[in-house]
Design a protein around this ligand. Structure first.
Ligand code: 13P
Length: 251
């Protein structure tokens, strides 16, 4: 059975101290609770090691929000997949729409990042999702299929190590959530596409998360959809008080 996952993406928020405090708050909030999904926090690079240390022994997994498309060497300012893995982090978000939009990330680059993440034992949380105009012009399925093509360069074995996050760009940080029907439609479309590319078994085992203004109030309905396996959470992941109800949406 595929995993249920609630992952936080802190984006460019939290200083080192704030990040460690947030991780500790979450760890304390989860202590002694029965949790029915995997819980992950993806933090800015500067916090990954300290957060991984802070949550050691808890159920919380840690990830980075990106990694370099290069293995090592003269790439000033970049952080490699092996550096991320050396902190104890197990996950890395790749292809977030903010990276695609503001840093021109495309499939060719993302294929390199995917390969390095996997080679270093990290679980990629690979983001796909359409812009507002693409939703309105009804081209979103071909856009998503085009983004999935980066993942489809992987062998079935490597693909099986990846988590997918569907994040409609028009729903990110806007308060506009995709309705559960809209999200389910795309998740089912992605799963059918995976089945066509690999096989039904691979498709059934892939966790597909929803992201975009997901919060405690809408998580239960979203997560009740048959093809929605959890969430990738931005704003609501920045406080244990708002992140916990999303985790607890998996009863
Ligand atoms: P919000 O939850 O703030 O809309 O962000 C979603 C997101 O981009 C997570 O990666």
């Amino acid at each position: 059975m595929r995993k249920k996952i609630v992952a936080g993406n802190w984006k460019m928020n939290t200083t080192l101290q704030e990040g460690v405090a947030l991780a500790n708050d979450l760890k304390n909030a989860l202590a002694g609770k029965k949790v029915n999904c995997d819980v992950v926090v993806c933090t800015p690079f500067i916090s990954v090691a300290a957060v991984a240390d802070a949550v050691k022994g808890s159920v919380i997994g840690v990830g980075a929000e990106d990694c370099s498309a290069n293995d090592k060497g003269a790439f000033t300012g970049e952080v490699s997949a092996s550096m991320v893995a050396s902190t104890g982090a197990k996950y890395v978000i790749l292809g977030h729409s903010e990276r695609r939009q503001y840093h021109g990330e495309n499939n060719a680059l993302l294929i390199k990042k995917l390969q390095l993440a996997l080679a270093n034992g990290l679980t990629p949380i690979f983001c796909v999702g359409e812009m507002k105009e693409e939703r309105e012009s009804d081209t979103f399925k071909s856009v998503i299929e085009g983004q999935m093509a980066a993942l489809y360069t992987l062998s079935a074995d490597d693909f099986a190590k990846c988590v997918i996050a569907y994040e409609p760009v028009w729903a990110i940080g806007t308060g506009l959530t995709a309705t559960s029907e809209q999200a389910q439609e795309v998740h089912a479309f992605i799963r059918a596409s995976i089945a066509a590319k690999y096989n039904k078994q691979v498709a059934e085992n892939t966790s597909i998360l929803y992201g975009g203004s997901c919060k405690g109030s809408n998580a239960p309905e979203l997560f009740a959809q048959p093809d929605i396996d959890g969430g990738l959470i931005g704003g609501a992941a920045l406080k244990a008080d708002t992140f916990m109800p999303i985790i607890e949406a998996f009863k």
